[in-house]
Design a protein around this ligand. Structure first.
Ligand SMILES: C[S@@+](CC[C@H](N)C(=O)[O-])C[C@H]1O[C@@H](n2cnc3c(N)ncnc32)[C@H](O)[C@@H]1O
Length: 290
């Protein structure tokens, strides 16, 4: 066996490099990159024999790229979302842990439906929410809508991989969610409608990972951040069956605005603002009136 560099030493050096570059989760990111290079789960890094020369060079290259604030998930090629690992890279929004809450809420609602639920995921990106529902509610019919050709390529790849792994295939629809005739054939038939739209008000400062690597149309939602949310609420009112539910993720400055838009439409009751584990308002939910 050639000379090896201890894993712990390489990870410690990488942590310093990443901290200096302003990466908040420097230690965790260094460990994830090391685990990817050594092809082991992160929890087993301590049991590895260390880096060969070639593996160390590869690790240092990835650390250098992460130090330029390239997203961790782009470097390792995947993002964890609930029970899934989804392929991500340039052109698609990296799914965030906080969106797992909206997906979980939708999954609980879909399970409550008598008979197979019809679930729609608008602005599906990589397919994170739609594929999580298909994975956890096998009886559900899941329809995923996205307009970006680059995101659609990642979505189709993830959808194909999940179907090959045994999940029920989701239906991919290339469409603009602001189209007043969106999913016309499903009018009045949707049980659960979920949406994590672009919602950051234009001009809001965002970290380099977001500014330089998430597609702008995935992040920014117009001057007030509500440009996609407004038509989505109007369309949700038409697509949902009476008693069907909607959940929309929003900016933490919109805890009042999104519930108010749902109320103003006149079609929804049970309107609630849902908070995440750090008590930040994350998504709004409502039920279609009879
Ligand atoms: C914040 S990302 C959410 C992606 C995914 N649902 C998730 O939670 O990770 C928003 C997505 O909406 C898509 N999008 C933006 N405007 C859209 C529109 N008018 N019609 C359809 N998709 C749109 C973007 O391309 C992006 O993939």
């Amino acid at each position: 066996m050639g000379e090896r560099t201890r894993t712990s030493s390489a990870v410690a050096a990488a942590t310093v490099t990443l901290s200096r570059a302003g990466v908040v989760s420097a230690r965790a990111d260094a460990e994830f990159l090391a685990a990817a290079v050594l092809a082991v789960p992160r929890g087993r890094l301590a049991l590895t024999d260390g880096f060969t020369g070639a593996a160390l060079a590869r690790f240092e290259e990835l650390v250098a790229r992460r130090a330029t604030r390239e997203p961790l998930q782009h470097l390792i090629g995947s993002a964890a979302f609930r029970y899934l690992e989804l392929a991500v890279g340039p052109g698609v929004f990296v799914p965030r842990p906080e969106t797992e809450l909206l997906a979980g809420w939708g999954i609980d609602e879909a399970r409550r439906v008598a008979g197979p639920a019809t679930v729609v995921d608008l602005c599906t990106g990589s397919g994170a929410i739609a594929l999580a529902v298909a994975n956890e509610v096998p009886s559900a019919r899941v329809v995923a809508v996205e307009s970006s050709p680059a995101a659609l390529a990642w979505l189709r790849r993830n959808a194909t991989e999940r179907a090959a792994a045994g999940d029920r295939a989701i239906e991919v629809v290339e469409a603009d969610v602001t189209d007043p005739e969106l999913l016309d054939g499903l009018t009045g038939r949707v049980d659960v409608l979920l949406c994590n739209p672009p919602y950051v008000p234009d001009g809001t400062p965002v970290p380099p990972e977001v500014a330089d690597h998430d597609p702008a149309q995935a992040v920014f939602g117009g001057p007030d951040g509500l440009v996609v949310i407004r038509p989505v609420i109007m369309r949700a009112a038409e697509l949902l069956r009476p008693g069907g539910v909607v959940g929309i993720e929003h900016d933490d400055t919109h805890a009042g605005a999104v519930p108010a838009l749902l109320a103003a439409s006149g079609h929804f009751g049970d309107i609630a603002s849902q908070r995440d584990l750090t008590d930040r308002p994350r998504f709004a939910t409502a039920r279609r009136n009879p």
